[in-house]
Design a protein around this ligand. Structure first.
Ligand code: NAD
Length: 287
């Protein structure tokens, strides 16, 4: 029942997600701080706005896909931000798909629910928010095969599901506000550490005289099998079509992983959870 979709943050991921929504027939209004990106969309005949608050005025639902927490806070709470019209907002639903820390997702969900709707179309008293970060990268964003990890209320998740599935192949409900962000940073934490473990084992094996290809074959039919070994192998020549086979170009750059590990490390400190491998991995990816 969402017809008018606002989209803010048309970068590597957001532009591909927005394009899939356009293909699915949604009426879109978009905004990005990058003028070149805005021009591309206005040339395509898509409505572009200079500020997030103007996007909000034109939309039933607004999706954000921004670099980090500070950008998201700015777009929601800044001057001319999405929530500027606080006591009379048009959008019923806000979905943030950026990878950010769970605490910020939770604070935003409260700010959104403190606003008032101009006109109620769904059964919600107040505007509502979902945190819905994604797994999959630019290839999956382009193909519309992302996985969404969704935090918020389950009713709202169900109402948003078909919209999310216009951009992805999977949407998984993770529980209350912020739990999508929790799932995302924990997924990437586990992946970062398994990639380091796999790389270390493949390096040691080669030093001891076995080839990386043979060792990978063993791993993939034994207990060391993981996504890093069977789908994203880090040693050149073991697999085709992955960054290691093209001089490590493209793909999920280590600086993006470092960002996600910083979020995991900060979250671990905040709740006082002992996570020694998180800090070790953070040091290795950041340096
Ligand atoms: P990107 O830097 O390519 O795109 C971000 C876009 O936001 C840019 O077009 C930028 O101009 C715009 N922007 C920045 N500040 C803005 C503001 N205040 N108002 C409006 N627009 C603004 O980043 P990306 O690779 O598309 O990633 C977006 C998010 O998705 C990040 O949180 C990232 O961690 C996450 N993510 C990325 C990948 C990936 O493989 N790239 C995979 C999964 C998740």
């Amino acid at each position: 029942s969402f017809e008018n979709v606002g989209f803010i943050g048309l970068g590597n991921m957001g532009s591909r997600m927005a394009n899939n929504l356009l293909k699915a027939g949604y009426k879109m209004t978009v905004h990005d701080v990058n003028c070149n990106v805005m021009k591309k969309y206005s040339d395509m005949g898509v409505s572009t706005k200079q500020t997030p608050s103007e996007v909000a005025e034109a939309s039933d639902v607004v999706i954000t896909m921004l670099p980090s927490s500070s950008h998201v806070l700015n777009v929601y709470n800044g001057p001319d931000g999405l929530l500027q019209g606080g006591d009379l907002l048009t959008p019923q639903l806000f979905i943030d798909s950026s990878t950010i820390d769970p605490q910020t997702s939770r604070k935003l969900a409260v700010s959104v629910s403190n606003c008032i709707l101009k006109e109620k179309k769904e059964n919600w008293e107040n505007p509502v928010m979902l945190d819905a970060p994604v797994s999959g990268g630019v290839v999956a964003a382009e193909a519309g095969s992302l996985t969404f990890m969704v935090g918020g209320s389950e009713d709202v998740y169900l109402a948003a599901k078909s919209l999310l599935l216009s951009m992805g192949k999977n949407a998984i409900f993770c529980g209350g506000p912020g739990n999508g962000s929790v799932a995302k940073i924990c997924n990437n934490l586990a992946m970062a550490i398994s990639m380091l473990g796999l790389s270390e084992a493949l390096a040691l094996g080669q030093s001891l005289g076995i080839t990386a290809s043979t060792l990978t074959k063993i791993f993939n039919s034994s207990s060391a099998r993981c996504w890093s070994s069977d789908s994203y192998n880090p040693v050149p020549g073991v697999m085709q079509g992955v960054p290691s086979s093209r001089n490590y170009s493209g793909g999920f750059a280590s600086k993006l992983m470092a960002k996600d590990l910083n979020l995991a490390a900060a979250s671990a400190e905040e709740v006082g959870q002992r996570c020694p491998l998180t800090f070790l991995a953070q040091n290795m990816y950041v340096s």
